[in-house]
Design a protein around this ligand. Structure first.
Ligand code: S3P
Length: 176
């Protein structure tokens, strides 16, 4: 039984989506993949939203979705990597659940996203240096939001999910 939402935050390629899938298998609760939900609701890809309306509009849509999640059954929510750039999103997540930060090194992120074409933020900047710079800019925001931090470098999805459940169980946030 899960008492509250579990929000997975972290940089692109930190493993949020795959870890979220592993968590719902074990916790038997609904899964919300924020980017997928946005694509479904807007009827266009994340790239198209950025190209047509710009990043600010995407951030508004993202914030609206975060707010709308409050009325649902407790779920595992895989957030977009930039969700922490709006303080109101972090505030809201803190109120409605536990925030777990998946941390990965710039090299790990690069290895995981280098062939991806659907990350407009990295368009034209697909290299370790740029990833490291952007990660550094966001680091304080992820850290301030996080209740739990899990380093993901070199670990399997299963291991990471197990570590999260174990640590949340210690705090009596989940019961299996
Ligand atoms: C973004 C991360 C993406 C997606 C959008 C913006 C970011 O999500 O929301 O492209 O600003 O870091 P993933 O972290 O799932 O790739």
């Amino acid at each position: 039984m899960m008492k509250e939402n579990i929000f997975l935050i972290g940089f692109m390629g930190a493993g949020k989506s795959s870890v979220a899938r592993a968590l719902v298998e074990q916790l038997h609760c609904p899964l919300v993949e924020m980017d997928e939900q946005i694509v479904k609701e807007q009827g266009m890809s994340i790239n198209e939203i950025f190209e047509k309306y710009g990043e600010d509009r995407f951030r508004e849509i993202e914030s609206q979705l975060i707010l709308a999640l409050g009325s649902r059954q407790a779920s595992v929510i895989s957030c977009g990597g930039g969700v922490v750039v709006r303080p109101e999103n972090t505030e809201y997540m803190k109120k409605s659940g536990r925030i777990v930060y998946l941390q990965a090194s710039p090299q790990t992120v690069y290895d995981r996203v280098k062939n991806s074409n659907d990350r407009p933020i990295l368009k034209g900047h697909m290299n370790v240096e740029y990833i490291a710079q952007l990660m550094e800019k966001r680091r304080a925001l992820y850290e301030a939001a996080a209740e739990l931090t899990v380093v993901t470098d070199g670990k399997s999805t299963k291991e990471i999910a197990g570590e999260i459940i174990g640590r949340l169980e210690e705090n009596n946030e989940v019961q299996l």
